[in-house]
Design a protein around this ligand. Structure first.
Ligand SMILES: NC(=O)c1ccc[n+]([C@@H]2O[C@H](COP(=O)([O-])OP(=O)(O)OC[C@H]3O[C@@H](n4cnc5c(N)ncnc54)[C@H](O)[C@@H]3O)[C@@H](O)[C@H]2O)c1
Length: 246
């Protein structure tokens, strides 16, 4: 427990589980009030209940589809009533496959959730973060830097988030809103569990630190970028990957 985010209000999208849930918990442990937003309302209600069971009661569950502009705008308005200053664009999906057999819909779905979703998050966080400034954290991936076979849709989307981060950082800097991105490596979540075990083992041979990452290690980086520990950091891409594809 700490006070790095005490008095702050944060939104984390895709927070029902995985990295989003870990970041929401990390923010709560640092004293923030956190809106956990997710497409899956039942799952995010259960997540908030789980946090309350751990004594982290300043959490609010909200249904939100990050591909839907009205839904993102409503989430930002709701959080702004509590003095919004931190926003994490984390919601994500995977639809792996070879390009030759990937339907266009499998490409578009990734662009809709990761790129359009993050852009909408930056847009409405930018509009609703108050005059005191704040911090937006976009979740990209090491796959957006290196490119991964079988993930042309995902690598395209995650690379776009790097460009979005830098452009938004320049646009929002005059209002003291910092925008940064985290590039996670292979982390222990349901998304990584979609990989075949032999595929996961092969990927881990590329990791200099020699192991899968734990969700709290992304949360620690997000707390740094969300808090006053990083007041001179904007437009940065922080790799939290055990050194994979450095
Ligand atoms: N897990 C990894 O190894 C890894 C590595 C690099 C990057 N990432 C990125 O981190 C983020 C989180 O990954 P994770 O492993 O925790 O994923 P996850 O699948 O465990 O959780 C993703 C959450 O996003 C929600 N979501 C999906 N579509 C949504 C939408 N349209 N609107 C709102 N919520 C939606 C899901 O319901 C789910 O709760 C993603 O952006 C992912 O690409 C993950």
């Amino acid at each position: 427990m700490g006070e790095l985010l005490s008095g702050r209000t944060a939104v984390v999208t895709g927070a029902a589980r995985g990295l989003g849930f870990a970041m929401a918990r990390g923010f709560l442990q640092q004293g923030a009030r956190v809106f956990l937003a997710d497409l899956d309302k039942d799952a995010v209600d259960a997540a908030v209940e789980q946090l309350a069971g751990q004594g982290l009661t300043a959490a609010v569950a909200t249904a939100c589809d990050v591909t839907d502009e009205l839904s993102v705008a409503a989430l930002a308005e709701q959080a702004a009533r509590e003095g919004l200053s931190v926003w994490v664009n984390n919601a994500g999906i995977l639809r792996n496959g070879e390009m030759a057999t990937m339907p266009l819909a499998g490409f578009r779905a990734l662009i809709d959730v990761h790129v359009q979703g993050s852009w909408l998050g930056c847009k409405y966080a930018g509009i609703h973060i108050g005059p005191g400034g704040g911090s937006i954290v976009n979740i990209s991936s090491i796959g957006g830097k290196a490119g991964l076979a079988g993930q042309t849709n995902y690598s395209t989307a995650k690379a776009a988030i790097l460009g979005l981060t830098k452009a938004a950082a320049k646009e929002l800097a005059p209002r003291d809103i910092r925008v940064n991105t985290i590039l996670p490596g292979i982390m222990r979540t349901a998304m990584a569990e979609q990989l075949a075990p032999e595929d996961l083992a092969a990927r881990l041979t590329d990791v200099p630190l020699g192991r899968i990452g734990e969700p709290h290690e992304i949360a620690d980086a997000a707390v740094f970028l969300a808090s006053d520990m990083s007041t001179f950091v904007t437009g940065a891409a922080l790799e939290v990957s055990g050194g994979r594809f450095m």
